[in-house]
Design a protein. Structure first.
Length: 516
């Protein structure tokens, strides 16, 4: 009972150490079924499955590197050859050898993680022979001396899981002697003598078995994933990892959860080193949500990442010179209400939105009209005196003034053919002086006219000279010359028929016209 318990404990201990033979699990134990095949003076049984001599074998392997395994192996079993009842031998054999396997799944020829592992085997060892039974009447095996053997072969290993593999290999053992097959002379129970073949007696072996790998896989970062399977072998201790040994990245943004300050980032969103969505303009709204991703630094934004626009006029507050514009009012690029005519009164309250540039306006945006006569100051020649539009804002010419000007038409006389004013004209001229002094806003045109008698050019010249004489008279009486304009028209503007004396008399005249 105690022996069974001890055996069970050993089995459990070995089972816990089993795993695929790798750099971490360097040792492996193989348990094998062996078929021995003789090749000597009797004949050859190589790959002859009618000649069956079986045994068992054990192996101990050591992982050297991805390309080579080293180890020890040994077998124990029957050995012989049967040509006929008379010509045969039978006995037992045990051998042991040191071997090296060259593995093809070394990462150069086949993938290192391939479950199939073809290999080439080469070894050096010994073989010894023993009597299996009395074998009467057949000759038994000659025990003789120990053979030195060189096993050479091929094999294939299939890894079922981390702990267990199935392995087959064929070894051809070259030996150092030619005496272990009981090569006999003639007349032994009717057997025929066998001449020695050239060379020593060799033997082949079929190995089929199960390989148990020993040891615990190396897990440098202690994340539960062996280094050979760990794509992230330096994960900090305590960090949760996936089945590849890499830190969990729940949102798949490339930043592991233990470093990710924003572990729930939506799929496909670009993130920074902390795992948070990129915020190019640093306004606190991630680019994937930011409708205005290039907002200048320091500018306050709304939930969409766009600069605050308090008055909703389309111009952000940081650019808006008039951030409290009433709703619906059209604004300019600076966010201020439009002022089409540039008078300082915005269009939304401007009662006169087309005021000419430079004109002073009132609070409603209309041109100033100081005298309230309906003619704005910029058009009003008499801005402080109420007037009429026909006179450019100046008062209407008085009836008395018109009467004086009418008298002057014929009342101003000149010496015949000359520009000399007759003294009889002075009274009426003095009245004109009085009118101008009483009405300082008047600008007076003095127009001279003649009849059509005589040379037209001379008449035009004469009318000009006469109007200038009248102007000179008025200036002499104290009227500012800048208020007076003199012009002669000759006979070009008649007011009566020049065919009659009366008509010609009317045409010879001096007209006064008030301007403002």
């Amino acid at each position: 009972m105690r022996k069974k318990g001890t055996l069970l404990a050993i089995i459990l201990t070995v089972t816990q150490l089993l795993s695929a033979q790798t750099v971490d699990n360097k040792f492996a134990i193989g348990v094998n079924l062996i078929k021995n095949e003789y090749n000597g003076d009797y004949g050859s049984a190589i790959w002859n499955f009618n000649q069956n001599y079986y045994g068992g074998g054990l192996s101990l392997g050591y992982y050297l590197n991805p390309s080579f395994d080293l180890g020890l192996q040994g077998t124990l079993g029957s050995y012989g050859y049967k040509e006929s009842i008379e010509n045969r031998f039978w006995g037992g054999k045990y051998d042991g050898s040191f071997y090296a396997h060259y593995k093809l799944n070394n990462g150069y020829i086949l993938k290192a993680d391939s479950k199939l592992s073809p290999f080439i085997s080469l070894g050096l060892g010994f073989a010894n022979y023993f009597v299996y039974n009395d074998a009467y009447p057949w000759p038994t095996i000659i025990t003789g001396k120990v053979d030195f053997v060189v096993p050479v072969g091929l094999g294939l290993k299939y890894q079922i899981n981390k702990s267990i593999a199935i392995q087959y290999q064929y070894l051809y053992n070259y030996t150092s002697s030619d005496i272990h097959d009981e090569n006999r002379g003639p007349n032994f129970f009717g057997s025929t003598a066998h001449s020695s073949k050239y060379g020593n007696d060799d033997y082949g072996q079929h190995w089929l078995g199960i390989v148990f790998s020993l040891g615990k896989e190396k897990d440098t970062d202690k994340d539960g994933i062996a280094d050979k399977f760990d794509n992230c072998p330096n994960t900090p201790e305590g960090v949760k990892v996936d089945d590849k040994g890499c830190p969990i990245d729940t949102d798949g943004d490339g930043v592991a959860d233990y470093l990710d300050k924003c572990p729930d980032t939506p799929a496909g969103v670009k993130v920074d080193a902390k795992g948070c969505p990129i915020d190019t303009d640093g306004d606190g709204v991630a680019d994937y949500l930011d409708k205005c991703p290039n907002t200048p630094k320091g500018v306050k934004v709304d939930a969409k990442g766009c600069p605050i626009d308090t008055d909703g006029d389309g111009v952000a507050d940081y650019l808006d010179k008039c951030p409290n514009t009433p709703k619906g009012v059209k604004v300019d690029a600076k966010g201020c209400p439009l002022d089409t005519d540039g008078d300082g009164v915005s269009d939304d309250i401007d009662a006169c939105p087309n005021t000419p540039a430079g004109v002073k306006v009132d609070a409603k945006g209309c041109p100033i009209d100081t005298d309230g006569d309906g003619v704005p100051d910029y058009l009003d020649k008499c801005p402080t005196v109420p007037g009429i539009a026909a006179n450019k804002g100046c008062p209407e010419v008085k009836a008395e003034t018109k009467k004086i000007f009418a008298q002057a038409l014929q009342g101003i006389q000149f010496e015949s053919g000359k520009d000399v004013i007759k003294k009889t004209s002075n009274p009426i001229l003095d009245k004109v002086v009085g009118v101008l002094k009483d009405n300082p806003s008047y600008l007076l045109e003095i127009n001279g006219h003649t009849d059509n008698q005589g040379n037209a050019t001379k008449n035009l010249y004469l009318s000009q000279k006469r109007s200038e004489k009248v102007k000179a008279y008025l200036v002499a009486k104290g009227i500012d010359e800048s208020r007076l304009t003199a012009k002669g028209y000759g006979a070009t503007v008649p007011v009566a028929d020049n065919k009659t004396a009366a008509g010609r008399a009317k045409n010879r005249r001096v007209e006064f016209k008030v301007n403002f």
